[in-house]
Design a protein around this ligand. Structure first.
Ligand SMILES: [Mn+2]
Length: 424
């Protein structure tokens, strides 16, 4: 299903008076509002194909009804999101959960929904039906070269699917590691992983990037073979100029200073992409901005500062993706909230007075530095984000419009009350 343009316009017309009042109030304080709106309109956040179904935990999963049953319906869902918020114009595919059966049809569908294909994701963290060798004790790190070869071949197959769809990057996240001391020789595990990654890297087509994601723990609980940003950076530096580190917000030990990690990776030209979510304790995969919105703003502050310092294009030069799903929310509502939180943090970061901040830093005026950042964080920029949506033909209030159009009920009528999306 798609939403008719006039339906969005009708809801917008009910809200426009109130919006204009709020927008006028905010822009009175901003000097370069047009360039900020332009950046907001251009900023797109990829939706992963696994986030359209209700998330599960290791204890269970409570499906909500009307979940997409195949790749086509997942794209339909992202198309709906993009119609509502104008900022979800990309899809990130997971292989083998979403192998396209007909590339041409999938490409046509993507252009119909105005979606492009963001990074492709491989999966060597679980065994697939009929798979010859098991990943129980790792994949790219495995002590048996035959297992490593199988995992390398899978990643190269993922690249091939991506080429057919017009993607230009591969994200590798490994669950490889060890759960008990002594289980693994750390150096050999690193060397095996590096050797495997080098073979995958060699298969990258021209213009492609490889993103290496790190994670501190889980499912292995003693050590992971790409455990933190330093380890990821070691690998990608050894791999070459097409390899980059990918930061997933939930993959750090508690209280890690993610904004500093981001700043240094950008400085080194080795930040490739970003996975958004939020967490209270570990890799909780909670809705972005639901727990630590100030941290999200501080991260965006470093992203904008660091990208501007290198003359990077905010929208295109890094991969932006949501990597979250939860089991108590309608996935589409959850994604609308996540995208909104990301856009708010980005808008706030664009408002930081860089000149004033540099001056205050130079003068060691700690109080002024804090004031400059917090003044922006405490500014309600929601009307700016809404104006960007309005100008791109999307909904002033995506969540309200989604609810009032009763989209979930329509999806349940179409797909059934008991559908389970493929994936985790
Ligand atoms: Mn991730």
């Amino acid at each position: 299903m798609t939403i008719e343009k006039h339906q969005i316009e009708q809801y917008n017309s009910d809200l426009i008076g109130r919006h204009e009042k709020h927008f006028g109030f905010v822009v009175a304080e901003i000097s370069d509002v047009e360039s900020i709106l332009e950046k907001l309109i251009g900023f797109q956040i990829a939706i992963p194909s696994w986030a359209l179904g209700t998330g599960g935990t290791r204890f269970g999963r409570f499906s909500g009804g009307g979940e997409p049953r195949n790749l086509e319906e997942k794209m339909e869902d992202i198309g709906l999101l993009h119609q509502l918020n104008g900022s979800s114009g990309a899809i990130s595919l997971h292989i083998p959960w979403d192998i396209p059966s007909n590339y041409q049809e999938i490409r046509n569908l993507a252009s119909q929904f105005r979606l492009r294909f963001d990074a492709m994701n491989s999966n060597t963290f679980q065994d697939q039906k009929g798979q010859a060798l098991s990943y129980k004790f790792g994949s790219l790190q495995h002590v048996d070269p035959a297992v490593r070869r199988q995992a390398i071949a899978h990643n190269i197959e993922v690249i091939r699917h991506g080429v057919e769809l017009g993607s230009d990057s591969l994200t590798v996240w490994l669950s490889d590691g060890s759960s008990f001391p002594g289980q693994l020789n750390f150096r050999k595990a690193f060397e095996n992983t590096l050797g495997s990654l080098q073979e995958i890297y060699a298969a990258l087509p021209a213009g492609w990037k490889l993103f290496l994601e790190y994670k501190a723990f889980e499912p292995n609980f003693y050590a992971t073979t790409v455990g933190d940003w330093g380890q990821s950076l070691l690998y990608v530096n050894k791999l070459g100029p097409k390899a980059f580190t990918l930061v997933d917000l939930g993959h750090h030990l508690p209280n890690a200073n993610i904004e500093q990690i981001v700043a240094l990776l950008l400085m080194e030209g080795k930040l490739g992409g970003f996975h958004f979510n939020d967490s209270k304790y570990g890799d909780d995969d909670l809705t972005t901005g639901s727990i630590k919105p100030y941290q999200l703003f501080l991260i965006f502050n470093e992203l904008v500062e660091g990208m501007d310092a290198r003359g990077m294009n905010h929208a295109r030069d890094l991969g932006w993706m949501i990597d979250a799903s939860h089991n108590v929310k309608d996935p589409l509502e959850d994604l609308l909230q996540s995208v909104e939180a990301i856009m708010i943090a980005y808008a706030q970061a664009l408002l930081v007075d860089r000149k004033m901040l540099r001056k205050a830093q130079q003068e060691n005026d700690t109080v002024a530095c804090q004031e400059i950042l917090q003044a922006v964080f405490r500014t309600d920029v929601r009307p700016l984000v809404a104006e960007a949506r309005l100008r791109s033909g999307a909904a002033l209030d995506p969540l309200k419009t989604y609810r009032e159009l009763e989209i979930r009920n329509a999806l349940i009528r179409k797909r059934g009350a008991v559908t389970v999306a493929s994936g985790l």
